[in-house]
Ligand binder design. Structure first.
Ligand SMILES: Cc1ncc(COP(=O)(O)O)c(C=O)c1O
Length: 472
């Protein structure tokens, strides 16, 4: 639970987020301030991060292996960024290494590709809560099993215990999300780590959703709770410049074959032999996204200054109102933990269904008539959505047949609202007001669903982007 603010203690100033409330023109011609509630997908940049990168543009240079002034300067910042990112999750820089990647998906693929797994023998235990990025990379590399969830979206740790015992050392990896991108459930990663370690398995935590919202600690290797591998991404941390982080033991990345091969990964090459460099170079082929890395570290600094306790307090206040307000709308069915006063194990990622209203229609009306951005669909977690919406048997087969024929109209899904640092109480109130309109079928437009995309668009209206920046 976030510590309550003491009386008279000033509230820490929320860092400025660019684009938090610019104007958009709606279907009825009104201009309103946009409400962005799609932070679980990506967040808008902190002003300070954007300014920092702009200030560095004159010095941009490729890093390492140069004696040029700019290269030395940028290389110094790059390596400092690596230390900041390691420090953000309490990783010991002598034992761990941070490998920069494009995004969380690449990070999880890198791990799956560099683990020594044999699909005939080895088992990876993942969970029903996973984003595809922490599910698909493991398939084919090992036998994969999934920890089921209960109605509130909590993992069944008894199942994990039983399977670890049953496989008797064959489980090599337990790969779980730190927080669900659909239900917002925060998982007990340290309890899972202790169980995995007890049975000789390592733990991979997909912290794409967790790291921006909760303090994360990987702990030292001797500690049973320690997290062996952690992955997260900057675009969900107000630094959308394309960067992800993999954090794991130096030894693993030294022993593993390089994930990509090429420039920067070697000490020496002749026509027959290669001497691979030590990590991180060995796992960092080619020119990295230098500004992405610097921006990520700057965003971490901004968050640290604001304080993770303040992040939690701000987001929990919004989530409390969101859950309570949604519960008052007759047609809304929320998935996952429902109690607005029990938010310790829940992020401000709230998915719901409005039976009788297609999820894509709800999202379209919110956007075109409310100026409100949310997300609808399956959120790259198809097995979870199918489970929650009971899409099975014949219904599942019908759906697959329709998809093969290019018809996405009946894709099951939900509407997802996810809060971020820039959101205010008014954003939640505007969302709830629009949902009441949708509940009562009082929207204005005539919406047509496209078969190929499954999306709804209002007849005779398109957003006009001509006054916005373009290439010419
Ligand atoms: C839990 C989770 N894992 C992984 C990903 C993939 O992240 P990225 O888009 O950075 O590859 C996401 C993205 O939404 C996510 O929510």
């Amino acid at each position: 639970m976030a510590p309550a603010r003491k009386r008279n203690e000033p509230e820490a100033r929320i860092p400025e987020v660019i684009g938090a409330r610019h104007e958009v023109a709606l279907l009825d011609g009104r201009l309103v301030e946009a409400v962005y509630l799609d932070n679980a997908a990506s967040t808008k940049p902190f002003r300070e991060v954007s300014d920092f990168i702009k200030s560095l543009e004159p010095y941009y240079s490729n890093i390492h292996r140069s004696t040029g002034h700019d290269s030395l300067y940028i290389t110094g910042l790059y390596e400092e960024a690596r230390r900041i990112i390691l420090g953000f999750v309490g990783a010991d820089p002598d034992a761990n290494i941070m490998i920069p990647v494009r995004n969380a998906t690449e990070g999880l693929n890198l791990l799956a590709m560099t683990m020594d797994l044999d699909p005939r023998r080895d088992v990876v235990i993942s969970s029903m809560l996973e984003h595809h990025s922490n599910d698909l990379p493991w398939r084919g590399k090992a036998k994969v099993e999934y920890i089921p969830i209960d109605d509130g979206g909590d993992l069944d740790l008894e199942f994990l215990r039983r399977r670890l015992r049953h496989h008797d050392g064959a489980v090599k990896v337990v790969a779980v999300t730190g927080a669900s991108n659909v239900l917002g459930t925060v998982t007990p990663i340290h309890e899972i780590a202790a169980l995995a370690h007890e049975h000789g398995a390592r733990i991979v935590v997909d912290a794409a959703q967790l790291a921006p919202h909760r303090p994360v600690r990987v702990f030292a290797e001797g500690d049973p709770r320690h997290i062996d591998y952690l992955v997260f991404c900057a675009h969900k941390m107000n630094s959308p410049y394309g960067e992800g982080a993999v954090i794991g033991p130096f030894k693993h990345f030294k022993d593993a074959a390089p994930y990509l091969q090429g420039g920067g990964t070697v000490y020496s090459v002749d026509m027959e032999n290669v001497i691979w460099a030590d990590p991180p170079d060995k796992q960092e082929a080619g020119t990295p996204n230098v500004f992405g890395m610097l921006a990520m570290a700057k965003a971490i600094r901004v968050m640290q200054r604001f304080g993770m306790d303040s992040v939690i307090a701000h987001e929990q206040a919004l989530t409390r109102r969101l859950l309570a307000g949604l519960a008052e709308i007759p047609r809304v069915e929320i998935f996952g933990r429902l109690d607005p006063d029990d938010l310790d194990q829940r992020l401000g990622v709230v998915s719901f269904d409005m039976p009788g209203r297609h999820h894509a229609l709800v999202a379209a009306v919110l956007s075109y008539e409310g100026g409100i951005s949310v997300r609808s669909g399956c959120f790259c977690a198809h097995p979870l959505i199918r489970h929650l919406l009971h899409v099975e048997g014949e219904a599942a087969r019908d759906l697959e047949n329709a998809l093969r024929q290019g018809d996405r109209r009946r894709v099951p899904g939900m509407v997802r609202v996810s809060v971020g640092l820039h959101n205010r109480d008014e954003d939640i109130e505007r969302l709830l007001a629009m949902l009441r309109i949708i509940d009562e079928e009082r929207w204005q437009g005539r919406y047509i669903q496209e078969s190929l995309t499954g999306e709804y668009r209002p007849e005779g209206f398109r957003f006009d982007f001509r006054s916005l920046p373009g290439f010419d």
